[in-house]
Design a protein around this ligand. Structure first.
Ligand code: SF4
Ligand code: MG
Length: 336
């Protein structure tokens, strides 16, 4: 069963005045059909860069994709022309952002914004597109959709705007939805409602979702599997159950252990002593080594750990679980 989306060894650099930032250093993850993959990590770890690369929306320059593949239904999106990518984006792959105003145009009515993707990507007539848009607004829990079609974003609340953005993203029935912190900018009660809506829509349309968040509570609430990101790398890629019951990477362990309950109001990931490395000059070995409570010595500084299978559907990048080289003794595989 091939995954719908498969990101392999993605490497992204940003060229800045202060030099090159190695923003993604070999990121791999996949999303199956009708599956929700949660991408979790602190801000700046590369979650959004991964999402934008997939959408073909990285600003280049300053960004440059220097390696890797992003396969969608067996095609490498990085090989497609701008025109082919425009066709896929908004039709087969859609994205929603933290701030709904990123996606909404303040001077256009809700109706014209909702019908636009249908008129661009399908051969529906204006009337059909409007009918479909009204249906989607209704599916997104918005009352009086016909009236809403004539309104402007500024006349609506933040929660309503995010529902409209979701309706807009899903109006063409994409197979993959990328949601980048879709509830972070909303107040707590609205957050919970939007999460309920996303779960309901995922279920109804059987779509795949790449769900990005810095909030483990939110991710565990919707995702089947997770990719835990740290400083431009994937530390661990496993089921949500394994993340809580059998976390292998020291960073994931710290995350999983410190979550008191599935409290969706948790604002931030737990603090782990130390700071994220400067990605202008990333450490040569493991990017977590300066903060790692299970640091095992030179090998961690000398070798960049690769994402390695470790049990069924479970991958981890940490030398606790790999034999590094002939020159170093075999490292004990710790008993989780
Ligand atoms: Fe810690 Fe070493 Fe594993 Fe990195 S490779 S997470 S420093 S034990
Ligand atoms: Mg982000």
């Amino acid at each position: 069963n091939e995954p719908l989306l498969s990101i392999h060894d993605l490497q992204v650099h940003f060229h800045t005045e202060d030099g090159t930032v190695e923003a993604l250093d070999g990121v791999s993850m996949d999303v199956g059909r009708d599956e929700v993959l949660g991408v979790i990590g602190e801000s700046g770890c590369g979650k959004s860069v991964t999402a934008l690369s997939t959408m073909g929306l990285l600003q280049s320059p300053p960004a440059e994709i220097v390696g890797g593949t992003i396969e969608y239904e067996g095609r490498n999106l990085l090989d497609l022309s701008r025109k082919e990518m425009d066709q896929i984006r908004g039709n087969e792959i859609a994205m929603i952002y933290q701030d709904p105003m990123t996606s909404l145009n303040p001077v256009l009515t809700v109706g014209s914004q909702l019908t636009e993707p249908l008129l661009t990507h399908t051969d529906q007539s204006e009337a059909e597109a409007r009918e479909r848009a009204v249906e989607m607004l209704d599916a997104c829990g918005l009352a009086d959709p016909a009236r809403l079609m004539e309104q402007y974003p500024s006349e609506l609340s933040g929660g309503m705007r995010q529902r409209i953005v979701i309706a807009m993203a899903l109006v063409t029935e994409p197979q993959l939805l990328i949601a980048d912190e879709p509830t972070t900018a909303l107040d707590v009660t609205i957050q919970a409602q939007i999460m309920d809506l996303l779960r309901d829509l995922q279920d109804r349309f059987e779509m795949s979702v790449l769900f990005i968040s810095h909030d483990l509570g939110v991710v565990s609430d919707i995702a089947d599997r997770v990719a835990v990101m740290y400083a431009g790398t994937v530390a661990e890629h496993c089921s949500v159950a394994d993340l809580f019951d059998n976390p292998l990477h020291p960073y994931s362990r710290a995350l999983a252990e410190s979550i008191p309950s599935l409290d969706t109001t948790t604002e931030r990931l737990p603090t782990i002593e130390g700071v994220v490395p400067d990605l202008h000059e990333p450490p040569s070995g493991c990017r977590f080594s300066s903060r790692c409570p299970q640091y095992i010595g030179e090998v961690c500084d000398a070798h960049d750990p690769e994402l390695t299978p470790c049990g069924e559907n479970h991958e981890v990048s940490c030398h606790l679980y790999t034999d590094v080289s002939e020159a170093t003794p075999p490292w004990p595989v710790s008993d989780p």
